[in-house]
Design a protein around this ligand. Structure first.
Ligand code: CP
Length: 302
């Protein structure tokens, strides 16, 4: 039976740990030709740099082939072809589909149409599970463990699919959460309920400086202009947090700054050379983790 990665909840804790082990193997030896003869469709209905290109890099390094699009303008979607027919057709041309779409639930719907596995590369404000796996990989690599980490999530916690998926995954690992957001962009109630049910502690504040010296990971996010219906609301919160070197002076030695990227202005570029900045290393980890996800879903690595 085919397996999809649409939500991070599609993988058990054991499967998550298995993916991280596989990614470690790929980091040590990234040029394995285990996808020879396989074709992966890369369907980006919404813009992307890291997710699309790291998936495509992962597939190429493993000897597979990529087909797809990064913009629907030159596809028959522009002639009015339905999402259903697009996915049903492309599933005849490929062994696995990686897709991003602005509509929440689009990847789940695709997984119901497609006879080949579907990986959700981001659906609206909902989920971004491959990002979560690379975030977990990055946390474990920098902290030596996933258990008992104190993570501070900062910025757009309302529309940020990366923080939604990451919260759910970290709830397997006795994590402490601090949420830093303006009132308008607070973590939605359903995710706080997820933590309540699991008796996991979280703290909420609108101040970046309040708990920063106590955390192991600062997970910055961009305020996403494209998710706002009213741009006046975006203007009010777009500069809510800007991380600068001064605020990092008394943070823990092991503390690392993660960001799924792209960045707009929420991390000052001076921070890039701070040894605690890890966000560009994080992008490299994405290739190894995506090698692991594809290999696992195609059954070419046990
Ligand atoms: N982190 C992430 O999803 O980046 P892209 O939008 O560039 O893919």
């Amino acid at each position: 039976m085919k397996k999809n990665l649409v939500s991070i909840n599609d993988f058990s804790k054991e499967e998550i740990l298995h993916i991280l082990e596989l990614a470690e193997e790929f980091e040590k030896d990234p040029n394995q030709r285990i996808l020879l003869g396989r074709v992966v469709a890369s369907l980006f209905f919404e813009p992307s740099t890291r997710t699309r290109l790291s998936f495509e890099s992962a597939i190429n390094r493993l000897g597979g082939r990529v087909i797809g699009f990064s913009d629907t303008a030159n596809t028959s979607v522009s002639k009015g072809e339905s999402f259903h027919d697009t996915i049903r057709t492309i599933s005849n041309y490929s062994d696995l589909i990686v897709m991003r779409h602005s509509v929440e639930g689009a990847a789940r719907y695709a997984s119901e149409i497609s006879p080949v596995p579907v990986v959700n590369a981001g659906d609206g404000a909902n989920q971004h599970p491959s990002q979560t796996l690379l975030d977990l990989y990055s946390i474990r690599k920098t902290q030596g463990t996933l258990d008992g980490i104190h993570i501070m999530m900062v910025g757009d916690l309302k529309y940020g699919r990366t923080v939604h998926s990451l919260l759910e995954a970290l709830s397997h690992f006795k994590t402490r959460f601090t949420f830093v957001a303006p009132k308008e962009l607070e973590m939605p109630a359903e995710y706080k309920q997820h933590l309540d049910v699991r008796k996991i502690a979280y703290t909420e504040t609108d101040r970046l400086d309040q708990y920063i010296n106590d955390v192991d990971i600062v997970y910055m996010t961009r305020v996403q202009r494209e998710r706002f219906l009213d741009l006046m609301e975006y203007e009010k919160v777009k500069n809510a947090y800007i991380l600068k070197n001064a605020i990092l002076a008394a943070t823990k030695d092991n503390m690392r700054i993660l960001h799924p990227l792209p960045r707009v202005n929420e991390i000052d570029t001076d921070v890039d050379t701070n040894p605690k900045a890890y966000y560009f290393n994080q992008t490299e980890n994405g290739v190894y983790v995506r090698m692991a996800i594809i290999s696992y879903l195609l059954g070419v690595k046990k």
